[in-house]
Design a protein around this ligand. Structure first.
Ligand SMILES: [Zn+2]
Length: 232
């Protein structure tokens, strides 16, 4: 069954909360979650994106792609692959505190690209730190982390998002990453086409993007509200 990333409604019946996507490279936002981002933007849900690496050319392409997807805030940087390490945790914390997202979309720690898996681990750390009310006046608890697929596929994803209606927009965003498309005989275009089609077949729709969900841990005296009234 295809379903929305944000399934619960607030009392007014309007979906609440925003999404922050944290990715390693320009084009990962589209390759992993382009259709999903666009679909949520069309539903009136705000999406912000932080990218850990980039240069002048790729950042210009990223701006064009995220404009097509309808992204609100785009956090760019000019650093290379070798600079992705835990020193970036503060940068991700800053984006979380500024955008106060209900959920985060990021890479999978199982992705065979080392920087994708490193990015996922940095996000896990940042989500925990950002929720420490003893450190930040505007501490924020992210509800869930949705790990996306770029290279490696999850054996058992938790959710498939039906992107049939937004796939054509995601393709336009992918085309904006002009410097990447010719690589390896259009590898990225083929990968996105094949994976979204496969996930669509598996979830009874035409095109889908799959996600694995993880819940942030909240154990310790750092949170003003660390208990719930019931489990539902
Ligand atoms: Zn990447």
């Amino acid at each position: 069954m295809c379903q929305s990333l944000i399934s619960s409604l607030d009392p007014s019946g309007i979906m609440s909360g925003s999404i922050l996507a944290v990715v390693a490279h320009p084009d990962d936002e589209t390759l992993g979650a382009g259709g999903t981002i666009r679909k949520h933007v069309e539903q009136g849900i705000t999406v912000d994106v932080l990218c850990m690496t980039g240069d002048e050319t790729r950042n210009a392409e990223m701006k064009a792609a995220c404009s097509i997807l309808g992204v609100r805030n785009l956090y760019l940087s000019e650093r290379d692959d070798f600079a992705i390490d835990s020193s970036l945790t503060n940068e991700v914390i800053g984006a979380i505190l500024q955008t106060q997202p209900r959920i985060i979309i990021t890479h999978s720690s199982e992705d065979y690209n080392r920087n994708h898996s490193e990015c996922s681990k940095i996000v896990d750390q940042a989500v925990e730190w950002a929720s420490h009310a003893t450190i930040f006046d505007n501490a924020h608890r992210v509800e869930r982390i949705y790990h996306m697929e770029v290279n490696s596929l999850f054996p058992k994803p938790h959710v498939h998002v039906d992107i049939t209606s937004s796939y054509h927009i995601a393709l336009q965003a992918l085309a904006a990453h002009k410097s990447q498309l010719p690589k390896s005989d259009q590898y990225y275009l083929k990968l996105y086409d094949a994976r979204t089609r496969l996930r669509g077949v598996q979830s009874a729709c035409e095109r889908a993007e799959a996600f694995f969900i993880s819940l942030p841990t909240h154990a310790g005296p750092f949170y003003p509200q660390n208990s719930v009234d019931n489990l539902l």
